[in-house]
Design a protein around this ligand. Structure first.
Ligand code: ADP
Length: 489
C-alpha cells in the first residue's frame, strides 16, 4: 500500500516530543511490511540537517494558492535514516518555518494551515495518489477537510485519510479568515457548531474538522480513547467523538526496539538482557559515579521526561522527598518549556545539592536518559493525563520497574504487582489511582518494600516487564487494518 504521512515532526530530523518518534517508527514498520511510505514535513531552518541524507530539490516553484494569491514553495527530498522525506519550504515574507524554533509563534494556526494546504498541493501536482494519507495532531488536521472540500474534485477523490490525535489539549483554532486563506470560504457553513465551529470562540477548530472529515480517527492508546469520550480529557471534543465513534479508536504507540534495547545500547557501559539481568548492576554503579551519588544497598527511583503540569509535577516532587526519606535514591532528568517550572526545579536542585542520595539534572540529555533507564531500579510516572507515554515502555524494556498512575496509556501498559486482575506472571509494575500524595506513596511504599524484603520477587517482576512486547509489531498491524478498512469504504 502507498501511504503518505503528513506531520509537523519526524524523529530525529525534526523532533520536539513523542509525535516525532511515532511518525518515524510507524513509517519504518509499515515499510518493513512491504508498504511504500513517504513523509511530508515543513522545512524548518532549525531542523537537524545532519540527519538528512542526499537532500535535493524535488519540485521547484510549487505555487500554493493562499489568501487570494499564491505562495511559491520549493519542495526538497532526502532520506532520514532510510525514510523518504519531502520538506516544504515556502518563500514568503511570513517566513513560516524559518524562525529558529519549531513552535511557539502567535500565527501558529496559520503556519500549519499553510503547510497542510501546501502538502496537498504538492501531492496533487506531483501526481502522487496514495491509498491513505495519515495526518497527526492539530497541525495537519485541516488536511482531511481540504482534501474532501477541494482536492477530491481536482483528481484525488480516491485518497483516504487516517488522522491520529496525540494530544487533545492542543486543537488548532483560527479566526474565520483562515477559511478564505485556505480557499474553503463559506464561514457560515464551516463555523457552525456541528461542523468546525470552536465552542469557546467564533473561530474554526481544526481538530473538530478532522473528526468530521477523516475516514478514521485514532488516538494513541485504547484507554485514552475511552477517556476523551467520557471525561473532560476530551477538552470539549467528547461530543464530536461520540457522534463519530464508529470511526474512532485507540491504538497503542509502539517503541523503537532498535533504539531502546539494553542488549545493544551503545550509550550504556554494560549491555544486558533478561537472561543477564545482573549486568544492570554495572550500569547502576556508572550512574552513581556520573551523578556523584553514594554507593550502597538502596534502590534508585528515577523520573525522565518533560517537566510539564501534565506529568504531575507536585507528585514528582513528593516522590523525591518520599524516596529519600525511605532510604532510596532519586534521579531526575527533565526540562520544562515554561520558565516558571524550570526555575522551581532549579530551586529544588539547589536545595538538594548536597544530598548523596539525590540528583536533579535539568535539561535534555539523550545519552544520560539511556544510562538512567539502565541503572535505575524504579521509574515513577504520576501523570495527571498521559495519552500513551513512551517512558514507561522504555523502563520495562530495561528491567526498570514502573510506578505509574492509572491513566491513559499507562493503564494499558502497566499492571500492578499486588492488585492487577492479570495472572501474577503477567504483572509488571506498580499502579495507583488518585493523583495525590497518598496515592503515589502507597505505590512507592509497596515497590520499595518488595525491592528490600523480597529481592528475588522484585527481580522476577523486572524480568516479567522485559518480556512484554511493546514494539511496533502489533500497532503496525493495527494501523494497516485501519488503512485497509478505510480504503475500501
Ligand atoms: P511526551 O511525548 O509527553 O513528552 P513520552 O513518554 O511519550 O512523553 O516520551 C518522552 C520521550 O522523550 C522519551 O523517549 C524520553 O526518554 C524522552 N525525554 C523526555 N525528556 C527528556 C530529557 N530531558 N532528556 C532526554 N530524553 C528525554
Amino acid at each position: 500500500m502507498y501511504v503518505v504521512m503528513i506531520a509537523s515532526e519526524c524523529a530525529p530530523v525534526a523532533k520536539v516530543g513523542g509525535l516525532a518518534d511515532v511518525v518515524f517508527g510507524l513509517s519504518r514498520e509499515l515499510e518493513l511490511r512491504g508498504n511504500a511510505v513517504e513523509i511530508v514535513l515543513p522545512k524548518y531552518d532549525c531542523m537537524r540537517h545532519d540527519q538528512v541524507w542526499g537532500l535535493q530539490v524535488a519540485w521547484r516553484d510549487l505555487a500554493v494558492p493562499w489568501d487570494g494569491g499564491a505562495v511559491t514553495c520549493t519542495v526538497w527530498f532526502g532520506f532520514v535514516h532510510g525514510r523518504k522525506c519531502y520538506f516544504v519550504e515556502p518563500h514568503s515574507e511570513h517566513a513560516y518555518f524559518s524562525r529558529g524554533a519549531y513552535y511557539g509563534f502567535p500565527d501558529e494556526a496559520w503556519r500549519f494551515a499553510f503547510f497542510s494546504k501546501a502538502a496537498l498541493e504538492f501531492l496533487l501536482k506531483a501526481g502522487k495518489r496514495p491509498a491513505v494519507i495519515h495526518t497527526h495532531d492539530w497541525q495537519t488536521a485541516l488536511v482531511p477537510v481540504l482534501l474532501y472540500e477541494i482536492y477530491a474534485g481536482a483528481g484525488m477523490a480516491d485518497v483516504r485519510v487516517c488522522h491520529t490525535m496525540h494530544n487533545f489539549r492542543h486543537q488548532g483554532v483560527a479566526g474565520p479568515e483562515i477559511l478564505r486563506a485556505t480557499g474553503l470560504e463559506r464561514p457560515g457553513h464551516f463555523c457552525a457548531p456541528d461542523r468546525m465551529g470552536d465552542i469557546e470562540s467564533v473561530g474554526v477548530n481544526y481538530t473538530r474538522g478532522a473528526i468530521l472529515y477523516a475516514n478514521f480517527v485514532t488516538t494513541v492508546s485504547p484507554h485514552h480513547a475511552w477517556e476523551v469520550r467520557h471525561t473532560d480529557l476530551g477538552c470539549g471534543l467528547g461530543h464530536s467523538l461520540h457522534q463519530h465513534q464508529r470511526k474512532f479508536g485507540g491504538i497503542l504507540n509502539g517503541l523503537d526496539y532498535e533504539m531502546w534495547n539494553p542488549e545493544i545500547d551503545p550509550h550504556i557501559p554494560e549491555r544486558y538482557g533478561p537472561a543477564t539481568l545482573d549486568g544492570k548492576a554495572a550500569n547502576t554503579r556508572a550512574l552513581r559515579e556520573r551523578l556523584l551519588l553514594r554507593h550502597g544497598p538502596r534502590p534508585i527511583v528515577a523520573y525522565v521526561g518533560r517537566l510539564d503540569t501534565q506529568k504531575g509535577l507536585h507528585l514528582i516532587r513528593h516522590a523525591i522527598f518520599f524516596a529519600t526519606a525511605n532510604d532510596a535514591q532519586f534521579v531526575l532528568l527533565g526540562a520544562g518549556s515554561e520558565p516558571g517550572i524550570n526555575e522551581d526545579f532549579w530551586q529544588l536542585k539547589r536545595m538538594l545539592n548536597d544530598s548523596p542520595d539525590c540528583h536533579l539534572e535539568i535539561g535534555y540529555d539523550e545519552e544520560l536518559a539511556h544510562l538512567i533507564y539502565a541503572g535505575a531500579d524504579l521509574l515513577v510516572m504520576p501523570s495527571l493525563y498521559e495519552p500513551c507515554g513512551l517512558t514507561q515502555m522504555i523502563a520495562l524494556r530495561y528491567g526498570t520497574v514502573p510506578v505509574v498512575r492509572a491513566v491513559g496509556g499507562l493503564a494499558d501498559t502497566v499492571f500492578d504487582w499486588d492488585h492487577s486482575p492479570l495472572p501474577r506472571e503477567q504483572r509488571n509494575g506498580f499502579v495507583f489511582e488518585h493523583p495525590d500524595h497518598a496515592g503515589v506513596e502507597s505505590a512507592l511504599r509497596r515497590a520499595l518494600g518488595l525491592w528490600r524484603n523480597e529481592p528475588e520477587l522484585f527481580r522476577e517482576l523486572a524480568k516479567q516487564g522485559m518480556a512484554y512486547d511493546y514494539s511496533w509489531n502489533d500497532p503496525g498491524g493495527r494501523y494497516l487494518d485501519v488503512y485497509e478498512f478505510i480504503r475500501h469504504k
